[in-house]
Design a protein around this ligand. Structure first.
Ligand code: AMP
Ligand code: ZN
Length: 505
């Protein structure tokens, strides 16, 4: 069994890891001039640290974010991989991505961990219904999740642990809690005894009576409010079971995140993130488990993202009132537009999703793209990203004060009203623009040589066919373009055109 000693592996070079991952993306064919590059080496040493202030659910105050040591550990509760994530889930993941980007630009050196929940009632039931093994089933939904993350330009986490790969770590924490008399075994299951942990409820500040009966009564336990750490194997779990000192079974959901966060970030890191529905009981239980086992608070800052709502209700898989990223793209909006729409409401406020919000985000994006194209042309496009904001300092300041994206975006567009980049732009503006787009997670529109109108309309026709999933027509149009001497390359949600030798014969 894993010991509870945590050793920090190697040197944390997280911004650099992110940069290198991004540079691989930047170098991708057909997307020249993609701006998502920081400059490794410069990021850490040359930039002065800016201070980010963020609302902390634990203290109910906006407080400065602090590094833990020489970097800033960030843990985000990731998706449960049994179905496609919906745009409500992605509202949370986009907000966390904005946080990580801000930390990177402000020289916090973020080390970002986002897990995959691949074992729980839903993944087990889903794999059984699909007639697949748990690993194959969750592997498929993980791929779908990754595709959507790429479409939304989410930074890849430095580590993306899966719960099933951390059974030993979970058993180690449960073992420690049992040893300390804070957890107890009943009929092969193990429970956390809330009465034994006087600090329980600090995050959610719920009164005791509200805690009662939140966990259902399927299992024999001493207190109605006690929560399960280890579930004894049941027939309905099929072959999904692991050996433990208390007999075969599987972990409870809450212990998974405590174990993965501890394994990859240590027992005390800077920021723990998730949607607001996780505040209770999931995060409350994570705090209790980790603190009771390690004698240290798990995270200093708790970052919670308010829900995306639709028709006055939370978007959720159980209500079925959902859109996926693929639904939005099929309806003719680009995933960049979706990203901007998801970013433009403050993360702490509910976002009421309406199709019109995509239209206005699309118009805003077109305006940003127009500026980007002008700057790209006037600069030659090769200049490295700037190290600070000067023209857009007030935008940056709004971001540093509790990630106030609506204010930042408002300031950006007010600034654009008074600036004509056609007349008044230099290479520094280009470099700074890249930094701004990196912050917003918006890649630049692809750079192209002048495309004749006839070719453009063929390419647009092909794009429409692709969106309508008429791939036969899309392929026929690709061949037609090739005959005219143009190669079309698909990007995540768009395409690029480039000159090639016309086909012969
Ligand atoms: P799940 O895959 O259900 O475990 O959820 C993944 C993440 O999405 C969690 O951080 C949830 O809190 C978050 N989430 C779920 N529904 C919504 C919603 N409607 N709006 C914002 N975040 C959500
Ligand atoms: Zn979690």
């Amino acid at each position: 069994m894993e010991s509870l000693r945590w050793t920090r592996a190697g040197t944390w070079q997280s911004v650099r890891e992110i940069c290198l991952a991004l540079q691989r993306t930047c170098g991708r064919e057909g997307v020249p001039g993609r701006p998502d590059c920081l400059h490794p080496g410069q990021a850490k040493n040359d930039m002065a640290m800016d201070q980010l202030r963020l609302y902390n659910t634990l203290s109910r105050r906006v407080e400065p974010v602090e590094k833990d040591g020489d970097r800033c550990g960030v843990y985000c509760c990731g998706p449960t991989v049994y179905a496609p994530a919906h745009i409500g889930n992605f509202r949370t993941f986009v907000a966390v991505d904005l946080l990580v980007r801000t930390l990177a630009l402000a020289s916090y050196d973020p080390f970002f961990v986002r897990n995959l929940t691949d074992i729980d009632d839903k993944t087990i039931a889903g794999s059984q219904a699909a007639g697949q093994g748990l690993e194959d089933f969750t592997g498929h939904w993980t791929e779908v999740f990754h595709r959507d993350c790429a479409a939304l330009n989410l930074l890849p986490p430095a580590v993306e642990p899966r719960a099933t790969d951390h059974i030993n770590e979970q058993l180690a924490i449960i073992g420690r809690l049992v040893e300390r008399g804070i957890a107890y075994e009943r009929d092969g299951s193990v429970y956390f005894r809330i009465a034994a942990w006087k600090d329980y409820g600090r995050l959610s500040r719920l009164a005791d009576r509200e805690l009662l009966a939140r966990e259902n009564g399927r299992f024999a336990k001493d207190g109605a409010e006690d929560f399960v750490l280890w579930k004894a194997a049941r027939e309905s779990d099929g072959s999904v079971r692991y050996a433990s000192p208390w007999g075969p079974g599987r972990p409870g959901w809450h212990i998974e995140c405590s174990a993965m966060a501890w394994k990859h970030l240590g027992p005390n890191f800077s920021i723990h993130c998730g949607g607001v529905d996780l505040l209770f009981p999931h995060h409350e239980n994570e705090i209790a488990q980790t603190e009771a086992a390690m004698d240290r608070p798990i995270a200093r800052h708790w970052f919670h993202v308010a829900h995306l709502q639709i028709g006055g209700e939370k978007m959720s898989k159980s209500l079925g009132n959902l859109y996926t990223v693929a639904d939005i793209v099929t309806a003719g909006h680009s995933s960049r537009t979706l990203r901007l729409a998801l970013s433009s409401c403050h993360y702490g406020r509910e976002l009421c999703f309406r199709p019109e919000s995509l239209q206005s985000a699309g118009q805003a994006l077109a305006q940003l793209d127009a500026v980007g194209k002008v700057l790209q042309k006037s600069s030659g496009g090769g200049r490295p990203m700037a190290q600070q904001f000067s023209r857009w300092q007030s935008v940056w300041e709004a971001v540093l004060e509790d990630l106030n994206l609506p204010l930042a975006i408002g300031r950006l567009f007010r600034g654009l009203r008074h600036w004509n980049p056609e007349k008044n732009a230099n290479d520094d503006d280009w470099a700074e623009w890249q930094r701004l787009l990196f912050l917003l997670g918006l890649s630049l529109p692809p750079r192209e040589e002048a495309v004749p109108d006839g070719i453009r309309s063929l390419a647009e026709e092909r794009m429409a066919a692709r969106r309508a999933r008429d791939f036969i027509r899309a392929d026929a149009l690709r061949r037609k373009l090739a005959d005219e001497g143009w190669a079309v390359r698909d990007t995540e949600d768009d395409y690029t055109l480039s000159r090639q030798q016309p086909r012969t014969g």
